[in-house]
Design a protein around this ligand. Sequence first.
Ligand code: PMP
Length: 431
Amino acid sequence: MNRSLAEQLDFDRLHLWHPYASIDRPLTTYMVQSAQGARLQLADGRSLIDGMASWWSAIHGYGHPRLVAALQEQAARLPHVMFGGLTHEPAIELGRRLLDLAPAGLERVFFADSGSVAVEVAMKMAVQHAYAQGQPEKKRFVALAGGYHGDTFHAMSVCDPKTGMHRLYRGILPEYFFVERPRVRFDEAWDETCCQELEELLARRHREICAIILEPVVQGAGGMYFYHPRYLQRVRQLCDHYRLLLIADEIATGFARTGTMFGCDHAGISPDICCLGKALTGGTMTLAAVLTTAQVGHVISGGEPGVVMHGPTFMANPLACAVACASIDVLLDSDWRTAIAAIEKALRAGLEPCRSLPGVADVRVLGAIGVVQLEKAVVMERIQPLFVEHGVWVRPFGQLVYVMPPYCINQGELRDLTAAIVAVVGEETRR
Ligand code: PMP
């Protein structure tokens, strides 16, 4: 590790593929040396306030002593063991915590490796649920425009068809039903006609459909859009009426990000299948979980082939499970409602000046999520270095400049973070 920083970054630029990046025209990447609390320490000496929580996951910030201790203790005892035929305390303890916390009625836990894989497993379960009931024709899904569920093939098939680039994979990607994203926003007056397209689709095609998949209340990577919780209540009714499963993808919304423990809690509903990931391990390890009702479990187990057809090598990795237990304990020991409310208030106040900037289409905040939507897409080459120069880590996409900081961020850091956004968005939209 005694190579110069320039040499290291050269190797990175020439050989390492970064997410959604060109290998021939790479954008600048910044070397992170360490991270503590809500700050990233760059190798060039700069310290950045982290507005991204490593893509929603590092809810307690970095280097939390209880998370570090859990990892170290577990690493010394049992970093991994196969889950086929064997079990271990971290998986059992995590299962207990998840079922205590999750919306009522969820009673079975399947551990998966990442968010996208959890979505794959959830979709396989829904297909198997119909198959086991002698309805193999029910194998299509309904998803919402503007949704995002991951990058593996089947997860991609229920992502927004435009931003998910479905045309690129035509012929390989299964084609499912999409309805418009819920028109009524989180804080607007509810309007029942918002569900009309979905109602009509289900009336016509429910015999072919096994499940509806959606992100409760907040559509994340598909547009950072907040919709009315009553939509979820209506979807729940429709699923019950037509005997379809409701899959809630809580991978981004879970663990208090939107101000309630789960997105579904805004509506007081329970899904039949729930996907968790991201913040599950406090941003330290990759792990996801698929929770289902006992009914779904029994039906799948009662029909052919009688098992869930999935079993990855690193299923229920003990290190990941141990640190997930610690992360949930830290969250529950904290006054998270007050913490999120304080972040929400600071984001509202701090981002408000963006509203009057030319080129800004909308400013919205929910829980610990703040969004500034621009009229035009940002130019990443230009805007990313500007944020770094202003001492913050914010990574926009398309027209969206958004933050979802770690919950440990303090008021001073929130002021600096939002002031940097106001300054950078001002510079960007003046061009
Ligand atoms: N579902 C949602 C709602 C997500 O936000 C994401 C990740 N952005 C995923 C699924 C996929 O998770 P992963 O990146 O861990 O595969």
